[in-house]
Design a protein. Structure first.
Length: 229
């Protein structure tokens, strides 16, 4: 492997997962889906996909730039060995650290009136979200949200070694989960995974604005009593 190869694969992982998000969005927006899996009955605004595309693209390009550049310059300190146990451990820890950051950061965006009004309110225009609206956010919010991933990977860089496969697998799973929880669909299999935050959990947050601040898991909302009942 070379630094350029690692960067290109990182970008490729994000491109492929967001291609899935694009197809998923088009299905959600254009197809009449069974009422058993649709969470909100409110229809989507006509032309909403085209209207929001510029912000989708700008934030996606920002994601590619940060992720691709970061993995390129981290190359010299990355472990390239395919070690399943180590990879699974690092991915799990990365999800935990990132989710802790996201919970408190997201909650602050709601409790700080300036941030809510001028920054986070953009994302909450997605009252009934569709998959790609995980990208629909103020660029500042988007960049600050990446800090959780930096902290998670930074732990391994400082105290052990960060595995390149951990970056790719975490990036893929994190992206796909964000895409799904913004889909307004409660798919039976995905909704039954233990401890995972469901689409309903995040959809209630969009519908009610207050509560359900966690993203990947729901346990922090239960601990700090911010879960919407």
């Amino acid at each position: 492997m070379t630094p350029l190869f690692v960067a290109l694969v990182t970008v490729g992982v994000l491109l492929s997962s967001n291609a899935i998000g694009l197809i998923y969005s088009l299905i959600v927006l254009r197809e009449k889906l069974p009422v058993t899996v649709v969470i909100q009955s409110k229809p989507y605004k006509k032309g909403i996909f085209r209207e929001r595309m510029p912000l989708f693209i700008s934030n996606f390009l920002l994601l590619l730039a940060v992720s691709g550049t970061g993995s390129y310059f981290l190359f010299d300190i990355l472990s390239l060995e395919f070690d399943p146990l180590m990879i699974a451990f690092q991915v799990m820890i990365a999800f935990l650290v990132d989710d802790i950051w996201f919970y408190f950061y997201h909650r602050w965006l709601h409790e700080n009136q300036f941030m809510l009004k001028h920054i986070h309110s953009i994302h909450h225009r997605a009252f009934k979200p569709f998959p790609l609206e995980y990208l629909y956010a103020h660029p500042l919010e988007w960049m600050l949200g990446m800090i959780g991933v930096v902290l998670a990977f930074g732990i391994f860089v400082l105290f052990a070694s960060l595995n390149v496969y951990s970056i790719w697998i975490f990036g893929l799973l994190r992206n796909l989960h964000e895409i799904h929880i913004h889909s307004d669909l409660s798919l039976p299999v995905l909704s039954k995974i233990p401890f995972i935050s469901t689409t309903k959990h995040h959809d209630d947050h969009h519908a009610r604005l207050k509560g359900n601040y966690a993203s990947t898991f729901h346990w922090l909302d239960r601990i700090f009593k911010t879960e919407i009942k």
